[in-house]
Design a protein around this ligand. Structure first.
Ligand code: FRU
Length: 536
């Protein structure tokens, strides 16, 4: 891309410079949110990994502290990889993380660290007791280069348990480790769960309240249901299932027997190695996830930074009980400036209009409610699409005329529409006449710059569109578009690097490229202020 400060995100989490990846050990402690993350202090590509550390009062304004976990003991001397925080019974936190202990291969062991001074709400310094570390090593049979990313532990019966991601042959799995005192850990005979998917990175496991209940649960509380997430090294996406957990034998069973392969995702775009935590201040469960670049590596280096964190999302179980719902934490709304609204405007087939009056269309929050006049013109759903949303969106991108849709937003669009990122819905009808809704982000026209990775991203939306109504929210931030369909049923984050649609050259439009009229019942867009962002 071009090297411009106008492409650096304004309100998404970023350090002042260098490479970042996974969020680590998010927690709420003594009035502060803590976020650690995988960080290269020496450059804009992956390597030299330490845990950088930031704190926040609201998950939006961030203050950078010194790196908290960095190579300092034999069992982490070649890298401090991902891990999690657990609050112990007395309220003190413990961090468990993966250390690389050999230089010739990425030999992985698990370590533990405690705050040097638990009365410091900022938890600046951490100690790694030499008599305890490492707490887990890849004993006979465990693939030592694929054994990592301990989860937040939960307490059940008389033991703490935590998961560690791994693989046996090509079967991805989550090992269970147990401890009475949080110091000495032993591996349970059986993994919590496994599937023929390849290596599981960054597992996450947590209870959820009943269907539709928005309150979160502490990781040790009993859930009506449980969620198991894994990050698949093979596809580089985060998948989850909803299921039940038996605390007496530490086995998890997805509700949908084919769930491990049906592939529900937190996000159908660029979102990986995510992790949740329970926020007792607002009694919610919050999801953080890493969004990688889609710019070329030489351009990442030229810009001097790579990687962001998605806006923290509250997550809870959908009323159907079949999937999660996600919504940006309410604190992000504090950044909203003056609203611009549109109401009751009909967009005819092939038409579009600009949402004018927005001070910063390059840094904005947009909420829109659409109403389709009729579903009669919905295209038949071809079984040749293999039920593969991404493939379907690749075939039927934003510029391919449809029946009902494509309709939605053109964001980060240049005034002449040469550059635009389309975020849209398209409705099909299956063999029984039942509507099937596709949500898609199409960045193929997002930039005139060469050498960008511009995949179309898509997911189906399990929503009842029989009334014709569907909503869309997009968080637009210079080089990221983070969208939430139908109240957070389907989410897509995409990184884009426009060359003209930057700064005040960026515009916002509503478009309809289908045959049916689409009414914008309401649309409100806000310019977004810049929060404190780690001193940058
Ligand atoms: C996921 C991951 C983790 C590992 C870390 C290393 O992105 O590969 O499995 O702990 O990143 O930075």
């Amino acid at each position: 891309s071009i090297v411009s400060p106008l492409l650096r995100t304004g309100y998404h989490f970023q350090p002042p410079m260098n490479w970042i990846n996974d969020p680590n050990a998010p927690m709420y402690y003594k009035g502060w949110y803590h976020l650690f993350y995988q960080y290269n202090p020496k450059g804009a590509v992956w390597g030299n990994i330490v845990w950088a550390h930031s704190v926040s009062r609201d998950l939006i304004n961030w203050i950078a502290l010194e790196p908290a976990i960095y190579p300092s003991i034999p069992s982490d001397q070649y890298g401090c990889w991902s891990g999690s925080a657990t609050l112990l019974h007395d309220g003190t936190p413990a961090i468990t993380y993966t250390g690389i202990s050999r230089s010739d291969i990425n030999y992985q062991v698990q370590n533990i660290a405690f705050p040097k001074n638990a009365s410091d709400p900022l938890l600046r310094e951490w100690v790694k007791p030499p008599e305890l570390n490492p707490i887990a090593v890849p004993e006979a049979g465990i693939n030592a280069t694929q054994f990592r990313d301990p989860t937040t532990a939960w307490f059940a019966g008389r033991h703490w348990r935590m998961l560690i991601g791994g693989v046996r042959g090509t079967r991805g799995l989550a090992f269970v480790y147990r401890s009475r005192d949080f110091k000495r850990w032993t591996r349970a005979k059986h993994p919590l769960h496994s599937a023929m998917t390849g290596m599981w990175e960054c597992p996450d496991f947590f209870p959820v309240s009943g269907a539709g209940a928005e309150n979160g649960l502490d990781t040790s509380e009993h859930g009506a249901k449980y969620v198991l997430k894994n990050s698949l090294d093979l596809t580089r996406y985060d998948y989850y299932t909803v299921g039940s957990y038996n605390g007496s034998n530490d086995r998890y069973v997805p509700d949908d027997p084919a769930g491990d392969y049906r592939r529900l995702r937190y996000d159908y775009g660029n979102f990986y190695a995510s992790k949740t935590f329970y926020d007792p201040a607002k009694r919610r469960r919050v999801l953080l996830g890493w969004a990688n670049e889609s710019d070329s590596v030489p351009d990442d280096k030229a810009k001097g930074w790579a990687g962001i964190q998605a806006i923290p999302r509250k997550i809870w179980l959908d009323p159907s009980g079949k999937q999660l719902l996600q919504w940006p934490v309410e604190e992000v709304e504090k950044l909203r400036g003056k609203p611009v609204s549109v109401g009751g405007k009909v967009v005819k087939p092939g038409e579009h209009f600009e949402v004018t009056g927005l001070a910063t269309a390059y840094q904005a929050d947009v909420e829109a409610s659409f109403e389709v006049s009729s579903l009669d013109k919905a295209e038949p759903f071809d079984p040749a699409y293999d039920n593969d949303a991404q493939k379907l969106c690749g075939i039927k991108g934003a510029d391919v005329r449809g029946g009902v849709g494509p309709f939605g937003l053109w964001v980060l669009a240049s005034g002449d529409l040469q550059e635009k990122t389309a975020v849209f819905f398209r409705v099909f009808k299956d063999g029984y006449g039942k509507p099937k809704v596709l949500m898609c982000t199409d960045p193929t026209k997002s930039s005139l710059s060469p050498d960008l990775y511009k995949p179309t991203f898509a997911g189906f939306v399990d929503t009842d569109i029989s009334s014709g109504k569907i909503s869309l929210r997009s968080l637009i931030d210079r080089s990221v578009v983070e969208s939430f369909g139908a109240g957070g049923k389907t989410c897509i984050l995409s990184r884009v690097y426009p060359s003209m649609a930057i700064g005040t050259g960026a515009h916002l439009y509503v478009f309809n490229n289908g045959e049916a009229d689409v009414k914008v019942s309401h649309l409100t867009a806000w310019d977004m202020k810049k929060p404190l962002m780690n001193g940058a």
